[in-house]
Design a protein around this ligand. Structure first.
Ligand code: HEM
Ligand code: HEM
Ligand code: SF4
Ligand code: SF4
Length: 401
């Protein structure tokens, strides 16, 4: 194969930061498909036009999801990427690996595909980028023997993902890893055999810092929180104050609900518990002195998504507080009701958030049997979606009887 010149891509190797072009060139030394990939990408940059074709059902035995078909639209020019399919491999909860496993992932993928991978895609999976149709089954078999499984794709449940939670983080208000693992096993069918209007994502964050950005990236966001009052260690507050920390300016004044007061004489911090919205700010700034309360659980939020039929949505509160303990029966019961309603009413490519937007939050809440509560309202008078039903209204003449 003749080396092609790539002046535009080469520009992306300049500067002190890591470059994916440098990585691609290194991978190309071992693999001809990456040489063609680089050449096609350079052509795309010149023409400002993508050269990948979707389509064609590709997959492995017994699975309707997890493999994403990709073809070059100039296969004569780039024969080594005429077929260049992606496999999604379900990542472990919290993305924990040992180095032996990671080496094995790399070795298996160099043997069966381009060697290029992406840890981790937006969905959370291990993304194996680029192999031929006849390598799909052998790749899957190798990964399966090593203890991995395919992730979700298409109109089904996508691989759930979770922040590292209690494994490494003291703020975790529930066991994100366990919920993620439990639900992944529970919903194997929904993941591997897509059957819905469109995709559905769960993401689990242990606290409102929301390290997996579940509020923006998942249809059902599960975000840890606490129900009682955050805990303040006054000795550590004094230590912060004595070390020169501007507690009034950096903490109290930045509290979104002005729930905190600092007594600069006694160097004590007080919270007005009913005003705290559990935003994590004071905890993040004063981690040694402030921590979540003791009664922990999660807030469930619905409808987060990127722009598809409608603009991007952040998910919004449907259950202000749910204790999350295995086997998560209350959560699973609610999920079943949500999916049933969406499956029944959703149009093709309509995410749950868009369906709620179309049919109304009031109708959604009644269908899934959740009570409207004040915590669902972002701004008073801004969310006029909860209405009295005809049978709930007492008629004037009846009331006076
Ligand atoms: C230049 C003229 C006006 C200005 C600058 C103005 C400004 C405002 C502002 C800032 C608010 C508070 C909005 C909020 O809290 O979100 C408000 C509320 C209101 N204004 Fe005006 N206003 C003007 C004229 C009028 C007129 C002419 C009327 C009635 C004929 C009116 C009726 C109301 C009502 C009923 C509210 C309460 C709405 C609610 O809370 O839902 N305003 N106005
Ligand atoms: C067909 C005609 C109308 C419709 C469909 C309508 C609809 C609405 C809706 C949906 C709200 C929000 C209610 C909420 O926040 O829960 C609202 C509020 C309001 N409307 Fe109307 N409206 C109509 C006519 C009028 C007229 C003619 C006026 C005044 C001359 C008016 C004055 C107001 C005011 C002042 C509010 C704010 C009430 C508050 O402070 O909460 N509306 N309207
Ligand atoms: S979301 Fe919260 S619990 Fe999870 S890793 Fe981030 S800070 Fe820790
Ligand atoms: S968690 Fe947020 S809202 Fe609550 S007291 Fe701290 S800064 Fe204020």
């Amino acid at each position: 194969m003749t080396e092609r010149k790539t002046p535009m891509l080469d520009e992306l190797e300049k500067g002190p930061w890591p470059s994916f072009v440098t990585d691609l060139k290194r991978a190309a030394e071992k693999n001809d498909s990456v040489k063609d990939l680089i050449a096609q990408l350079e052509q795309s940059y010149e023409e400002k036009k993508g050269h990948w074709k979707h389509g064609g059902i590709v997959g492995v035995r017994g699975y309707g999801a997890g493999v994403i078909g990709r073809y070059s639209d100039e296969p004569e020019k780039y024969p080594n990427i005429a077929e260049f399919h992606t496999l999604r491999i379900n990542s472990p909860a919290g993305w924990f690996y040992d180095t032996k496993t990671l080496r094995n992932v790399c070795d298996m993928w160099e043997e069966h595909g381009s060697g290029l991978l992406n840890l981790h895609g937006t969905t959370g999976d291990i993304i194996l980028l680029g192999t031929k149709t006849n390598e799909l089954q052998p790749t899957f078999d190798a990964f399966s023997d090593a203890g991995f499984d395919l992730g979700g794709s298409g109109s089904g449940l996508r691989s759930p993902s979770a922040c590292c939670g209690p494994a490494r983080c003291e703020w975790a208000c529930y066991d994100t890893l366990d919920v993620c693992d439990n639900l992944t096993h529970e919903y194997q069918d929904e993941m591997h055999r897509p059957m819905w209007p469109y995709k559905f994502k769960f993401k689990f964050s242990g606290c409102p810092n929301d390290c997996v950005a579940s509020i923006a990236r998942s249809d059902l966001s599960v975000i840890g929180t606490w129900r009682d009052t955050l805990r303040i260690n006054q000795e550590e507050i004094k230590n912060y104050a004595n070390s020169g920390m501007d507690i009034q300016g950096r903490v109290c004044e930045k509290c979104p609900t002005k729930a905190l007061t600092f007594n600069s004489e006694t160097k004590e911090l007080f919270v007005k518990a009913e005003d705290c919205t559990r935003c994590m700010h004071c905890i993040n700034v004063l981690p040694k002195a402030v921590r979540p309360g003791k009664e922990k659980g999660a807030t469930l939020m619905i409808g987060g998504k990127s722009t598809i039929l409608r603009s991007a949505f952040l998910s919004w509160v449907i259950v202000p507080f749910m204790p999350l303990e295995a086997p998560y029966t209350e959560l699973k019961d609610l999920i079943a009701r949500i999916w049933e309603w969406w499956d029944e009413h959703g149009k093709t490519r309509e995410r749950i958030g868009e369906l709620i937007y179309r049919l109304g939050m009031g109708n959604f809440l009644r269908a899934v049997d959740l009570p409207p509560v004040p915590q669902m309202v972002k701004e008073p008078r801004a969310n006029p979606y909860i209405f009295w039903q005809a049978d709930e209204v007492i008629k004037a003449d009846e009331a006076t009887k």
